[in-house]
Design a protein around this ligand. Sequence first.
Ligand SMILES: [Fe+2]
Ligand SMILES: [Fe+2]
Ligand SMILES: [Fe+2]
Length: 418
Amino acid sequence: MVLNECLESLGLVLEYNLKDYPLHQHAVRVGEGCALLGYKMGFDEKVLQHLYFAGLLHDVGKISIPLDILNKRESLTAEEFEIVKKHSVHGSRIIISLPELDKLAFWIRWHHECWDGSGYPDGLVKDEIPMEIQVLSAIDCFDSLQTPRMDRDAHTPDEAMNIIRQYSGTHFNPDIIDLIFEMHREQTLVPGKSSRQFLEIKDKYLNVPLVGNERDYRQYYGITGLYPVLRLFARVIDAKHHYTSGHSIRVSILSKYMAEQMGFPIDDLIKIEIAGLMHDAGKISIPVEVLDKKGPPTEEEWISIKKHPIHSSELIKNISLFDEISHIVYYHHVWVDGRGYPDIKPGESITVLSQIIAVADAFDAITTERAYSRAENTETAYRIIKEGLGSQFHYEAGETLINISPKYIKALFDMHEV
Ligand SMILES: [Fe+2]
Ligand SMILES: [Fe+2]
Ligand SMILES: [Fe+2]
């Protein structure tokens, strides 16, 4: 619960920054409005809760926008508007640092995307925008219109409703605007402490711990405190070689995202994130001339390359709690049909987590420049992975990656600044 309370306080930081609090509490009202509309739409409780926090924090990135721009009394110049637009990306980069809430980071990044594709920063169109964020952006606009601004007074709820209805089908999903209209008419979209329905929702769904508390999760959660040092470790590994700059971090976050899509529990997500960071640690033992070689490696060079997963796993196996991570790393170059390297040890089997890393690893190798190949685009990577499904690549892991929109992968890497 402490995390919930911290995030609620963080939501207020911006209000104080804008001197809006306690006048209007825009962030609080957006959070509450999202919970009310999300509840009407039948979102499950976890989604409802995340949506509430996304509402509270949606503009957190505005903290990095100069106040003279935010508080300007006349309309913004084109240049100033470009600066303001950066707040959604900044906000996502702030929120992504919470390891278990990356969904929230995506939503915050996309709260100014528009139904017709004219929004920012990624130009998502219609269903590319997750439903939750379609809700948030409509509620945000509806409430912003009712907030007094430097250059205008607050609109009444009726006026605000009329204005957002003009953007139905362009800025917003028409179905959501219809729902807001209905709730406005029934007087059920009334955020604020006076709303009995909101208080009921809050009691039942929002006042529960934001993250899971499975036993394993608690055990592994301690490890997340090591993230800064593990990321440093990954940077050292990648820095040996300019072709691999950022590789370990990209493999780590993409693998984790894939595992999340596949429904793995949080303790596995933590393991795979760390395994991704460490998977190529053993490459430190391969001479740069070999890594940099344009042609195929000699037999001797190939032997040293093939040892790197073993070295990676040996490097980390003495760290307490890293047993399983060491196992995942050991098998990241073994194909699903048993080919690849190294040989599987007697009595051991490969986990899906290793095979997820293998897919993410291949994706990154294909889409970045290497000594022996140029960078290909995402579509080519998807095609190559598709061809290897069931032989080189684990079927479900490969399919999971292919089904992720390239725009999402770009956004994911950008939020992590890699
Ligand atoms: Fe915003
Ligand atoms: Fe590798
Ligand atoms: Fe790799």
